[in-house]
Structures are given as structure tokens and as C-alpha cells.
Ligand binder design. Structure first.
Ligand code: SF4
Length: 272
């Protein structure tokens, strides 16, 4: 993997997801085959390179955040929209940890601010920072799980924590009374979109103690050649190809609605 240390002009980026996003890295070592961030970011950066083969570390992220949060009495932050802030390089660079330290100092400073922080990840590495995470008054950790089938997960999300480690991560966070949600998505056609597999997933999430599940479908951009190629390799090209059709999407929605009946204690949020 090609790793570069770069300086970002700013780090709090206004966003539709939240007031601001913070992306301490450009690129993502998890290398998910369906990653939408790759499509967006590679319009401008690292064109033609393989997503997962490069990461730019924005090494001044904590300093930028320190400067940019000053004089703000309330900020809503989502980490991260275009990368995973707990990807493998975080072990070495600690950009996320250092940024959280800055946000915590901001929250607990002389003029305490009311911050709301959301972290979403596919990595158990988030557990390393429980000591800091626990100190925020409003911090939620979302863990993304797309399938419990480790064979498919290894192909589609090769360098993320395996699905069972992600469930364990939720369990550990819940044990520490940290607010959590599971992001079940993208639902993978032919892999995790049958009622039976979805049921098993929700039951596992519930067992881990998480009560909020956000469900999303795959956005199968036909120009995402890598996803086409991988769907052919795993003999699911046709299933992936039809996953944007109205029939498919409405039948998927019906399954989630039926799951709501089965799991009345789970707060389902359908975002497709
Ligand atoms: S973890 Fe998220 S940002 Fe990283 S490659 Fe996977 S989908 Fe993309």
C-alpha cells in the first residue's frame, strides 16, 4: 500500500450527514469492493489507482480541528464519511484518537460546549479508544455489518474486522454503556437480502445489545466496474444488476417492514 502524509487545509467539513464530517484519512485500507467513497474521491484524487492500495494520512487533522472548533458552543460531527476512521493505519497514526482528544477538551473546557459525535466503523479498533469515548456526553458508535458470511465478507471487505468481531465490538461497547447502532448495509443481493439471513442478522445484533438498526440497500452504480467484476467472480452478477430495480427495492422494503414485526424492541430506520 502507498502511504503518504499530507496536510489538509481544514478538517471540519460541512455536510448533509451532520453539521460537519471529519475524515482524517483520504482513502481506506479496508478496501471494500462496494465503497461509494471510492467513486466520489477518485474523481479528484488517485485516479486510476485501486481503492485500498493508497491512503493519504492527513497528519494535521487534530491541529485543524482544535483551531476550527474554537468559539463554537455546539458542534455535530460525523466520523467519517469518506473513509473509515478506524482503518488499520489508525493503529500507527492515531489521527482519530488525537482528534477525539481535541473534541473532548473542547467539550470539557472552560466554556463547555454541547457536542454530538457519531463514529461509524467496520473495525474493532474503536474499542482501543473506549477510555476517551466514555467521557463524551453525547457520542454514538455505529458499527457496519453487511453479512455474517465470512467468506463473502473476506471477498467484499477484505481488510475490515470480520463480521463476528464487529458484533463483539457492539457487545463490548454496549457493556460499557456507550450508545450504539448497527448499520446493516449495504444489503448484498443474493448474500444478505433474504428474509432468513436478515432475520439472523437482526437477532445477532439484538443479542449484542444494540437496539437501533439502520438498514440500507446497495446502490449498484453500473459504472462501478469493480463491483460488476466482483459480482461476476462470485456468480451473483444478475442479482447485483437487478438490485436497483423498483421491484427489487420494494420487496426488500417489505422484508424490513416484516422484520419490524418480529423484533418489536428494535428501532429500525430504513434509509432507502
Ligand atoms: S470501510 Fe467504508 S470507507 Fe472504507 S472502504 Fe469500506 S465502505 Fe469504503
Amino acid at each position: 500500500m502507498e502511504i503518504k502524509e499530507v496536510f489538509a487545509k481544514s478538517s471540519l467539513v460541512p455536510s448533509k450527514l451532520s453539521q460537519f464530517t471529519i475524515n482524517p484519512y483520504l482513502g481506506c485500507g479496508h478496501g471494500c469492493k462496494y465503497c461509494y467513497a471510492s467513486m466520489i474521491m477518485q474523481r479528484w484524487y488517485h485516479k486510476g489507482e485501486l481503492w485500498g492500495d493508497f491512503v493519504d494520512v492527513r497528519i494535521n487533522t487534530p491541529q485543524n480541528v482544535e483551531r476550527e472548533v474554537k468559539n463554537r458552543h455546539k458542534i455535530d460531527v460525523y466520523m467519517s464519511s469518506m473513509t473509515d476512521c478506524y482503518q488499520p493505519l489508525e493503529k500507527e497514526y492515531n489521527m482519530t484518537r488525537k482528534t477525539l482528544e481535541v473534541l473532548l477538551r473542547h467539550e470539557q473546557g472552560l466554556f463547555p460546549s454541547k457536542n454530538s459525535i457519531t463514529i461509524q466503523t467496520k473495525s474493532r479498533l474503536v474499542l482501543r479508544d473506549i477510555d476517551i469515548i466514555k467521557q463524551f456526553t453525547d457520542l454514538t458508535v455505529g458499527v457496519t455489518i453487511t453479512t455474517l458470511d465470512t467468506d463473502y465478507s473476506e471477498i467484499l471487505e477484505p481488510f475490515a474486522s470480520n463480521p463476528y468481531e464487529r458484533l463483539e465490538t457492539l457487545e463490548n461497547l454496549n457493556r460499557e454503556n456507550i450508545k450504539t447502532y448497527a448499520f446493516f448495509g449495504p444489503l448484498l443481493p443474493g448474500i444478505s437480502d433474504s428474509f432468513k439471513t436478515m432475520y439472523k442478522m437482526i437477532a445477532s445484533i439484538q443479542e449484542a445489545g444494540t437496539k437501533t438498526v439502520i438498514v440500507d440497500k446497495l446502490n449498484y452504480f453500473t459504472n462501478l466496474k469493480r463491483l460488476q467484476d466482483v459480482s461476476k467472480t462470485i456468480n451473483l452478477f444478475e442479482q447485483f444488476r437487478i438490485s436497483d430495480t423498483e421491484n427489487y427495492v420494494s420487496s426488500l422494503r417489505e422484508k424490513v417492514i416484516a422484520l419490524r414485526e418480529e423484533f418489536p424492541k428494535i428501532d429500525f430506520r430504513i434509509v432507502f
